[in-house]
Design a protein around this ligand. Sequence first.
Ligand code: ARG
Length: 586
Amino acid sequence: MSQVPTLAALLSQLVVDAADRAGHAGVLDTVEPATPTNNPKFGDYQSNHAFRLGKALRTNPRKVAETVKSELTDHPLVDRIDVAGPGFINFHLNPTAVAAHVALQTASSTAGIPQAGANHTVVIDYSSPNVAKRMHIGHMRSTIIGNAFHRLYEACGWTVVADNHIGDWGTQFGKLIVSWHKDLDKERFAADPIAELERLYVAFGTWAEEDPSLADAARAETAKLQAGDEDNTRLWKTFIEISLREFESVYQRLGVEFDVTLGESFYNDALPGVVDSLLDAGIAIEDDSAVIIDFPEDHPVRAVRNRKLVIRKSDGAFLYGTTDLATLEYRLKEWSPREIVYVTDGRQQLHFTQVFEAWKTWRTSRGLSTDDVALRHSWFGTLKLPQGSMSTRKGNVIRLVDLLDEAVSRSRAVIDAKSSDLPDHERAAIAEAVGIGSVRYADLSQNPQSDVIFDWDRMLSLDGNTAVFLLYSAARCFSILRKVGVDASTLDLSVAAPEHPRERELVLALARFPEVVAIARQSHRPNLLCDHLFETAQRLNRFYAACRVIQKDGIADPSRLALVALTGRVFRSGLSVLGIPVLERM
Ligand code: ARG
């Protein structure tokens, strides 16, 4: 099935065609999509095309708008067109035609979402925890936000390579190996391997404080590992395997899947070549037997001016940045991506700016272009839990599993109160879905770059901008259809003919959905999609309060029933883009 256009694209095209006919072809080289108006008084959508044309032509934009308007052809979606203000073109849409358009959108395999990425690949580097420790809440945002990007890009037709760039190399292994030989408890290890590894790692810190020689021993073990020592390599592999198994259980619960897990160690062999090539090109220099990239005082990117990036230490060890340069080259060669997205917290901004700048200089020095790929460090703010909101076990690191368990048990209380009519096992399953969904949603519903404070009461509120509110709204649509006894998949949805203002505002929100997905993907802001779904749910509630769907005699109004079914479909698509599967019954 061919792509169903968005209202924004369709209306913009009408204006552009009319402007061409009015003799303004080729004046502007970009088209800004039409946007919804803020006030229904001014119609439903507006275009600023004539306004921009007027500026470019240095003529009165309002006059341009009038000329363009006179050239606009009739379209079934458009009831009336006004010219407003300095030159805006406002569209009053035909609600029945909009509903029919929504029916087409929701019936298409893409849910009507523009497939802008149809010929493009994106590599998304997310989660990427360091191994030998359990995942703690510091890993949560990268995992959840990164996975939302993963789903957003996929929804927009991109080929996604999700790469978990785990930290599986480094000095932590020498320490762990020393502790392992010193104090491994075989029984504990057999019962709970990751817990034993964690204990050994923490114990190393305590011992090393008393006995400084242990630090040397750890360095020696790391060096042996790096030199390929058989025993240490075997241990190292065991540690990684155990960690990955632990990560996998968290990923499964969160609904996260990677295409590849190429950790730092994967690039080891490439590192000497990277450093040599940078030295040869004169981009890196020797500095006190280390090798550094020294960004000059007048470097065009201010953030890196006068800042050094060390790529080889004086003892010969390579660093995080060296690995990232090798990783970048590998990804380009392997997948020819149009974009590479890195999802980490804001503290790594300087690191990525340095890596990107060094790579650009390096690539240019080899006569290669840097234009065919966009590198995006999509950073996020920190996550905070209010004091005393969770009983922490030992230490103050909150494990991700514990956080998820807490969310599930708290949502169980909410579900028990609200859905007491459902059998126990069903409530347990709902609580798991709502708990995990609420954690995801609490993270995604804010601008990624702001700090997030987890407020349990707010995130499980039944009538706020929460997963549970949206899930109940979706379930309400499904329950209405069940009550009427119709099969939603065979229901004729083209009969929706919104008349009441509450019906009209609902159908407009449904039509807008694909546009919002495209914007959320492009701007890396899943919160825009959350806001839109929240708005849709509020409109559904208002519609439901104002308009009877099921009449007194138990017979449903076919148009309104179709509207309910369409709303259910939009929730289904929208929440799945956020990684929150809808529940048929709550
Ligand atoms: N392992 C790193 C950390 O825990 C994140 C890696 C991010 N990706 C990258 N290519 N540097 O901070």
